[in-house]
Ligand binder design. Structure first.
Ligand SMILES: [Fe+2]
Ligand SMILES: [Fe+2]
Length: 204
């Protein structure tokens, strides 16, 4: 009971935190992602509250200025590669995770990993991170030709849906002549190699 009350408070705090840092449009996206994440977590027998908490926090740093991302990453010793230097907003996941730790006292590594990895993916990412990654791409306001199929697949096969989202993102970048973040390529490779084994585990 006490635990449940604590979780409830944390969810409210995370919601208020996101609302205070984001425009109405982005806060709206955040709440839709939270609802989608919670729903998918339930479908896959995961802890829906922890999944929702990660989702409420995922874009909380999205409206930080580029130079501020780099300053915070430097101050907090977050990994910054060439892609992050060129496009500092890639740091919005890692910075949000660090803010969640410092300002809301969240130490749950699975939640922090989900927030950190939601933009590029990460090889070996856990189920909460996968649910958030996919929910971010299929929340109800997302509109692209394959989204309907992806919404269905996400309920059946999380790894397959994440792999499909990554293929789509990579295809999108290729078409625009943009490089894909190495972490996304590695994540897709991991998912493709791991897919068969994982779906066997999930069916148990
Ligand atoms: Fe994001
Ligand atoms: Fe998002």
């Amino acid at each position: 009971m006490e635990d449940r009350a604590k979780t409830h408070t944390l969810l409210e705090e995370a919601d208020a935190f996101a609302r205070s840092r984001l425009s109405e449009t982005r806060y709206g996206h955040t709440v839709r992602v939270a609802d989608t994440t919670e729903d998918l977590a339930r479908a896959h027998n995961l802890d829906e509250n922890r999944a929702r908490l990660a989702a409420l926090l995922h874009d909380a740093a999205r409206e930080t200025r580029p130079e501020e991302f780099l300053r915070l990453a430097d101050e907090w010793d977050l990994p910054v590669g060439e892609p992050e230097r060129q496009s500092p907003k890639l740091l919005h996941g890692p910075v949000a995770a660090e803010l969640a730790r410092r300002e809301l006292g969240i130490e749950d590594e699975e939640i922090l990993e989900a927030v950190r990895a939601h933009t590029t993916g990460k090889p070996g990412m856990g189920p909460i991170a996968l649910v958030l990654y996919v929910a971010d791409k299929i929340e109800p306001a997302r509109d692209y030709p394959s989204v309907g199929r992806l919404r269905e697949q996400a309920r059946e096969d999380l790894h397959g849906a994440a792999a499909e989202s990554l293929r789509r993102a990579i295809g999108h970048n290729d078409k625009r002549g943009r490089a894909t973040h190495p972490a996304s390529l590695e994540t897709l490779e991991w998912l493709e190699a791991d897919h068969t084994a994982q779906s066997r585990v999930e069916q148990k």
